[in-house]
Design a binder for this molecule. Sequence first.
Ligand SMILES: [Zn+2]
Length: 272
Amino acid sequence: MEENRKKIFKTFALLVFCILIISYVYFLFYDKENISEVISEDCRVEKGGVVLSFDDLSVEGWYAAHLDIFEPRGVKATFYLTHLFKLEEDSESLEKLLQMQDYGHEMANHTMNHLNLKEFLLKNTLEEYLEKEVDSVYELGKFLGLNLLSFSYPFGVGTENADMLLLEKYSSVRYTGTLTSKSNRIFTDNICERILSAGSLDFRRGVSKKDITEVLKRAKNENLIVLMYGHSIAVEEPSNYSVSYEMLNHLIDEAERLNLEFFTVSEVFGGN
Ligand SMILES: [Zn+2]
């Protein structure tokens, strides 16, 4: 009887030991491999696309382009807003932005007074910048019905410290760059990336239709997301800080031809 009990105990102990070893090996190899697979699969861009954005507060031109081009052609863009306090006294412009947001364009934060961060930091702290220039815009936006979840630096001037603190609250921060197919900064194959850079479409940069086509071709061929930005939108004669209807239509024609979709910035980045 005693012998039998010992036998049962030994078998039981052996069984427990085996289960522990199997679990350990599973945890060590199988599970880890699975996790890394999920992360890389989640972050990798599966198919090329375009994130188009506009900065500052040129509501009239943006809204006209929304009615004339974006809505009829099913294109969504991101609008980084500054001087938001002006909207408190301009209900007509606010109404237009809200309508655009309802359609599916993204409204985002481009600070309250459009200051150069590095110049601001000569006499003030980063905490002051975040409070006065950034958080105040988020709060005012919320009050006005605008949901500002992404951020871009005025003049494309930021710092690493600011990036870190901004990313605690914003899904991405955006810098600026040159729009050419050779600029690696404006392309990405990683949707987990949160520090971004967009190439300028502004008239003053002298971007040609061919440049735009080349940039889109690279996004298509290498399965990359390309980021582009401008300021105001002009029906005809573009000024230094504007993009013409002709360029915008060319951009959309080429994207359609290459089967590249347009996304808002937070549709792609910072969600993981
Ligand atoms: Zn700006």
